[in-house]
Design a protein around this ligand. Structure first.
Ligand code: ATP
Length: 241
């Protein structure tokens, strides 16, 4: 079953076409990456899937719900993390998670917060105001917030931005294990090719709002005659391919 189904999705801002009629599906339990140069349309696509940006055209279905007519049923079973969305700075880490947990009606919330703090390694930070965290600590809090409701569909914008290599590597391992244990479907935007090669079943390459290549990391490397996804990305971004 497709967890995410997108057909002919577009977003125009005046003369700028941010997303140009893209179609794709993400099967339940898959991890799929949106890749593309700055301005290719990744964040706009994620924002439309979340209902934060209204599409100019096209159709989005998530977990069987048409997002134009019935988005709240789907949103209750989704969540997202983005380094571009600040969490309330004066609230402590625990208070932030409580607020979001209550919004989603999470049962046994205190236990869920302790569980996430343990797994994502921020127990000592629980009483700190969120505004005082380092960028990498904020990234982990944002991910904990994104997981608070055990989402069936998780949208992640650059999930390891600002993380040191060790923490980023642990977080990728943790996301892979989480997907395996929960069957969660994950769509992520990333600029980190190692992350995508390690985590993702499929890649959607965007250029100027359009999908210009798709396939597993291995398939794309084979198709473009390259050993690493980074070289495929550069060929596509520079318009060589
Ligand atoms: P990055 O890797 O830099 O985060 P991205 O692939 O996420 O880029 P988007 O943020 O989706 O790209 O932007 C796609 C295009 O749409 C860009 O040209 C951007 O300038 C434009 N755009 C996005 N939001 C708006 C807006 N609110 N008004 C006008 N143009 C916008």
């Amino acid at each position: 079953m497709a967890a995410i189904r997108v057909e002919g999705l577009s977003k125009r801002y005046g003369p700028v076409t941010a997303v140009a009629g893209i179609s794709f599906t993400v099967a339940a339990g898959e991890i799929v990456a949106l890749l593309g140069a700055n301005g290719a349309g990744k964040t706009t696509t994620l924002a439309m899937l979340l209902g934060l940006v209204v599409p100019s055209a096209g159709r989005i279905e998530i977990l069987g719900h048409d997002m134009a007519r019935d988005r709240f049923a789907a949103l209750a079973r989704m969540n997202f993390a983005s380094p571009y969305v600040a969490l309330p700075a004066r609230l402590s880490v625990a208070e932030n998670l409580r607020v979001y947990g209550h919004l989603y009606g999470v049962p046994r919330l205190e236990r869920r917060i302790r569980e996430l703090a343990g797994e994502l390694d921020f127990v000592p930070l629980l009483d700190r105001p969120a505004g005082t965290l380092s960028a990498g600590q904020k990234t982990r809090l944002a991910l904990a917030k994104a997981l608070i409701n055990h989402p069936a569909v998780l949208l992640l914008d650059e999930p390891t931005a600002s993380l040191d290599p060790d923490t980023a590597d642990r977080l990728r391992g943790w996301l892979a294990a989480y997907r395996a244990a929960s069957g969660c479907t994950i769509l992520l935007a990333s600029h980190n090719m190692t992350e995508v090669e390690r985590l993702c079943d499929e890649v959607l390459m965007l250029r100027e709002g359009a999908i210009v290549a798709r396939g597993s990391p291995e398939e794309l490397c084979a198709r473009f005659g390259r050993e690493r996804l980074e070289a495929v990305f550069l060929d596509i971004a520079r318009g060589v391919a």
